[in-house]
Ligand binder design. Structure first.
Ligand SMILES: Cc1cc2nc3c(=O)[nH]c(=O)nc-3n(C[C@H](O)[C@H](O)[C@H](O)COP(=O)(O)O)c2cc1C
Length: 313
């Protein structure tokens, strides 16, 4: 005990290894909810966030879906942004150097129209040093191509992950869709094809109706539901996958507090992602980092890994 006390008065070790990506702490901001960081860099020190998964990027610029594209729900939000983004060249040439200058750990999030396009983008990223890993968005519910269908079928998941695996040495994270009957089979397919980690979950397909206009509230009719409403589903899926698959998991969906983050870690996520929560409170990611540190210290833990999987029964 004497030996432990001085350490516990110091800082617990929050660093994690997410499939080969070294993160200073396990709190990552989720793709599409943090842009390329510009809107946030005045509000918080980007180098103190464990990792930044940047806006979902496609091979060519995309205008996104018709408005309205956001609807608030009682316990979260629906979005049908549809991967609006300036394309991978702009990400690599403009945004990546700026984020790296600010000391951010950058994870790229890519969506292709075809298996070949995923591989092509991975190769482009590989050529420009600085990206810590690639998250494959095979789960976007808001686009007709390059989205959810890749992550809804184990054979297609395997094909995309394998194609990217063959062309890059960077860590590859497969981002899974919750809009499937059997999430474990998709996770196993990603693992078999050589993914280094899993990210889960993306948004759940939903809709809302404008009763005055008597039509769907979103221009694209359907959208992706995120926020607190999806947390129980996300936790259940992380738990199920953790039981069957060995890959590290970046877990998230509805994290709005340190306690929410702890829940994900305790069902076996090695790191957590915060999306909708940063819309409500832009400094939430750093508050959660501090909250995790306080929790570890209060419970006499030296390392974050000591609580990962603690609630698996
Ligand atoms: C406005 C918005 C845009 C998003 N864009 C992307 C995206 O481009 N790529 C992606 O993989 N996920 C995207 N997502 C999903 C989030 O990264 C995250 O997986 C999901 O919102 C669940 O987490 P949360 O409840 O903490 O927001 C988006 C979510 C929102 C709300």
């Amino acid at each position: 005990m004497e030996g432990r006390e001085p350490f516990l008065q110091g800082r617990p070790d929050l660093s994690v290894d997410l499939g080969g990506i070294r993160l200073a702490n396990p709190v990552v901001v989720a793709a599409g909810t943090f842009g390329y960081g510009q809107e946030y860099e005045e509000l918080l020190d980007l180098s103190r966030i464990g990792g930044i998964v940047v806006k979902g990027t496609t091979r060519h610029p995309r205008p996104g879906n018709p408005a309205p594209r956001i609807v608030e729900t009682p316990c979260g939000m629906l979005n049908s942004i549809g991967l609006q983004n300036p394309g991978i060249d702009v990400f690599i040439e403009e945004h990546l150097p700026r984020l790296l200058d600010r000391g951010a750990t950058v994870i790229a999030n890519i969506a292709g129209d075809s298996v070949r396009e995923y591989a092509e983008m991975a190769q482009m990223i590989e050529k420009h040093p600085g990206v810590a890993g690639i998250e494959l968005n095979i789960s976007c519910p808001n686009v007709s191509h390059g989205g959810m269908h890749f992550g809804s079928d184990p054979a297609l998941t395997r094909e995309v992950v394998r194609a990217v695996r063959e062309v890059t040495t960077l860590p590859v994270i497969a981002k899974l869709s919750p809009n499937v009957g059997d999430i474990v089979s998709i996770a196993v397919a990603a693992q078999d094809a050589g993914a280094d980690a899993l990210s889960m979950i993306n948004t759940l397909l939903g809709m809302a109706v404008d009763v005055d206009a008597r039509k769907p509230a979103l221009g694209n009719v359907f959208g992706g539901l995120s926020g607190p409403a999806i947390k129980p589903i996300a936790l259940r899926m992380v738990y199920q996958v953790r039981r069957e698959v060995d890959l590290p998991i970046l877990g998230g969906g509805g994290i709005m507090s340190t306690r929410d983050a702890l829940e994900f870690l305790m069902v076996g996520a090695g790191a957590v992602s915060i999306g909708t929560g940063t819309f409500v409170n832009p400094t939430l990611p750093l508050e959660v980092v501090k909250g995790l540190e306080d929790y570890l210290r209060a419970h006499g833990h030296c390392r974050i890994s000591e609580i990962v999987g603690a609630a698996l029964v």
